[in-house]
Ligand binder design. Structure first.
Ligand code: IPE
Ligand code: IPE
Ligand code: MG
Length: 266
């Protein structure tokens, strides 16, 4: 469906020319897709509360949204999608909520991994996966192994992830190499640091989406988002639709990215 939209666009048409009315007003420039899209999936609790439900019902609904958004990322296709599922700070929440989330991640993996694999998606986890329960950790590592040779969308799930923690771990790894004499401190440059992050080898974040109305990064991808385009919406994650996602990508294509230089627009 989306490939059709992009193909039409490449032919000089727009989404208006497709039969798909849902996306009729959304124009996506196929030559300006983000190489790396990151999403802070926020607002599950607020969505639940606004519907008279308990917070955890919002997380269940949030998983449904994630499945829809993943389909679009595959169909467009986007090269890399990274979602924030659980932060190093989220352990501060009530035990029952944390426990619910961990079970939800486990159920999601069990139910979706074969379809993810069939769709040629390479699944990868960012964060301190080794500190999760042994069962969830093994499930995550097995899922990575199952999809490691896939060549389609790279789908990163940040779980027990914090940007400061990731940079700290990278510094520790690099310091150990200096201690052992493997490298000299003068060999460290920004690409060396990048290659020691959980996102080693991936492009920097081009587009960072946050749902639910807050304007902060909450310790997500601090290094990788150095020049990201930010896109915020009041929509809570459980109500984040394919249309809103397409709008974010469409808006990204219109941004003037200068990287400290001057405009590239004529
Ligand atoms: C995001 O929704 C999901 C996680 C952080 C795990 P929240 O649970 O943060 O929802 P709000 O922000 O309280 O509404
Ligand atoms: C960020 O959302 C983390 C995830 C979406 C997993 P939070 O709800 O934890 O962020 P804060 O607490 O509002 O900054
Ligand atoms: Mg939140």
């Amino acid at each position: 469906m989306f490939k059709k939209i992009l193909n039409n666009f490449q032919k000089g048409n727009t989404a208006k020319d497709t039969n798909d009315n849902k996306f009729a007003d959304i124009k996506i420039d196929a030559s300006r897709l983000p190489r790396h899209t990151a999403i802070i999936m926020d607002g599950n609790g607020r969505w639940a509360e606004s519907h008279g439900l308990i917070r955890t019902a919002g997380h269940t609904q949030g998983v449904r949204t994630l499945k829809e958004i993943l389909k679009i990322a595959i169909d467009l296709p986007l090269p890399v999608l990274t979602v924030f599922a659980f932060s190093t700070e989220n352990w501060k929440r009530p035990h029952a909520e944390v426990d619910f989330l961990m079970h939800l991640f486990s159920d999601y993996l069990a139910e979706e991994i074969n379809e993810i694999d069939e769709k040629n998606v390479k699944l990868h986890f960012l964060g301190r996966i080794d500190e999760l329960s042994p069962a969830l950790r093994n499930q995550a590592r097995d899922a990575e192994k199952q999809t490691m040779n896939n060549t389609g969308l790279i789908f990163n799930v940040a779980m027990n992830y914090g940007g400061q923690d990731e940079i700290t771990r990278a510094v520790q790894k690099i310091a150990a190499k200096i201690e052992s004499g493997e490298i000299k401190s003068t060999e460290i440059d920004s690409s060396y640091i990048e290659n020691n992050l959980d996102t080693a080898g991936l492009p920097p974040v081009d587009l960072l989406i946050r749902t639910s109305g807050d304007f902060r990064i909450s310790n997500f991808l601090l290094w990788q988002a150095a020049y990201a385009e930010f896109w915020f919406t009041d929509v809570n994650w459980p109500e984040f639709t394919p249309e809103v996602f397409m709008k974010a990508i469409s808006d990204y294509g219109k941004r003037d990215r200068r990287f400290g230089g001057l405009t590239d627009k004529k």
